[in-house]
Design a protein around this ligand. Structure first.
Ligand code: 2HG
Ligand code: ZN
Length: 453
């Protein structure tokens, strides 16, 4: 590989091998775009270390030369957190593929940052266990990025987000020092919990290279229901019923009429029911005995329903929901906002958003979906044109005004750093800046992400 007379590239090639320093523009470009099409930049080079020592030496070399570095996982980010800005070094963790043996006594496993969610799920399943976090990008999203963004997904309702499932991390500081806490002790209150601080830190404090993750016993039987309901208030009543009826409820996602129509057009699918409805719910239960009966607790308040228990039929129901992301992407570069509000406020927040879009850009198409049980709404506006910036600001303010967060599970990244003060106080932000300075005094690790420059 040509290192183009770049001295840093030559130094990195000596550390990781020339084959793992990418300077060719065509090859580099594979690392320069995010999953939404909104963020991209021309990187200085891409470096792909193969183990933690190489990550450490790579960061130390970048530190010495003052080069800005952005760690990158599986390319599924949506807020510009792992996409380079012009001139940044991309540190790809894709080669950190170690997949540890399952520690049955602790019900934990240690995996490399580059392991995909799907591989982790399969490894757990082979041991009769589950890694209880799931989302549509399972085949590409990697553990390092999921820890760094505190990823959520549809099972958070029952098992929490990555934060709840991470028992420890190994990470490399910008100067090359390695911090390792992978013992996975359930009880360990010896001082401040530094690994905890790295969960959700979006690459601004250190580079996560391995994680110790919690597993749960695999449930033998699953049942998935697709419900059509008249409105979001009824959807919340369904959530209430299901929670009361079944401790086995794992997920309650939703989507709406417009999104479903687009998904069916895109995938050439027949709609799930003979009539169209304003709101659809995907509910899933998991237990040791078939939990489908329990899903019927909501039967009298839904308009139509379909229930599936075998894997293929369940997958087909989930497909209507999971295909929203790719469908939206196929329609152009959307205004994409991932926010959360208190669960009970989802209906009023949606009304806020509809009114804002109608007032500001009536021709835009609004596609709303998300994880209803978590109060996590994915707002996608297509064709917002010139009004995108105005709408972004108004919608984030609306979420904050309803007691919500500007970022639920995708992160702040570059996309939302200007709005952090809507949901974090001045004191909190100034503490975040102080902590950032302790970890990264030169400000070269993921600059501009989370904390505005
Ligand atoms: C999902 O829940 C992902 O499908 C992607 O978080 C959300 O497409 C989106 O905006
Ligand atoms: Zn989501």
């Amino acid at each position: 590989v040509s290192v183009d007379g770049d001295r840093l590239a030559a130094r990195l090639a000596a550390i990781v091998g020339a084959a793992h320093v990418v300077t060719d523009p065509a090859l580099k470009s594979l690392y320069e775009h995010d999953a939404t099409g909104r963020f991209s930049g021309s990187s200085r080079l891409v470096v792909r270390p193969g183990n933690v020592e190489e990550v450490a030496e790579t960061l130390a070399a970048c530190s010495r030369s003052g080069a800005a570095v952005v760690p990158q996982g599986g390319h599924t980010g949506m807020v510009g957190g792992g996409t380079p800005r012009d001139g940044e070094v991309v540190l790809s963790l894709g080669r950190l593929q170690a997949l540890g043996e399952i520690d049955r006594a602790a019900s934990q496993v240690t995996v490399g940052a580059g392991v995909t969610l799907e591989r982790l799920q399969l490894q757990a399943a082979a041991g009769g266990l589950d890694f209880p976090l799931d989302h549509g990008a399972r085949s590409a999203a990697t553990v390092g990025g999921m820890v760094a963004t505190d990823a959520g997904g549809h099972l958070a309702l029952r098992y929490g987000t990555m934060r709840a499932l991470t028992a420890g991390v190994e990470a490399v500081l910008i100067d090359g020092r390695i911090v390792t806490r992978l013992g996975g002790l359930l009880k360990d209150n010896a001082g401040l919990d530094l690994p905890e601080l790295l969960i959700g830190s979006e690459g601004i404090l250190a580079v996560i290279t391995r994680a110790r993750l919690r597993l749960v016993p695999a449930r033998r039987r699953r049942a998935t229901a697709l419900f059509a309901v008249a409105d979001l208030d009824t959807a919340l009543a369904v959530l209430d019923r299901l929670r009361a009826a079944t401790p086995s409820l794992e997920a309650l996602d939703y989507f709406e009429e417009t999104g479903l129509r687009r998904v069916c057009e895109r995938l050439g699918l027949a709609p799930p029911f003979s009539r169209s409805h304003p709101v659809y719910l995907v509910a899933e239960c998991a237990a040791d005995v078939d939990p489908s009966e329990q899903l019927l607790a909501a039967a009298d308040i839904v308009e139509e329903s379909a229930i599936a228990t075998d894997a293929a039929a369940r997958k087909a129901l989930w497909r209507f929901r999971e295909a929203h992301n790719e469908t939206v992407r196929s329609l152009g570069v959307p205004l994409k906002l991932d926010v959360s509000v208190p669960v009970g406020a989802v209906p009023v927040f949606e009304r806020d958003v509809r009114t804002l879009v109608e007032d500001v850009e009536p021709d835009a198409e609004l596609i709303l979906y998300g994880h209803l049980g978590d109060g996590n709404v994915h707002v996608n506006v297509i064709g917002a044109g010139e009004a995108a910036d105005t709408l972004e600001d108004l919608i984030l303010r609306a979420a904050a005004d309803r007691g919500g967060s500007i970022s639920a599970e995708h992160g702040v990244g570059l996309a939302k750093s200007s709005w952090l003060d809507l949901c974090r106080s001045e004191t909190e932000i100034s503490l975040m800046r102080d902590i950032k300075r302790v970890f990264d005094p030169g400000g070269i690790l993921s600059p501009g992400r989370v904390l505005r420059e």
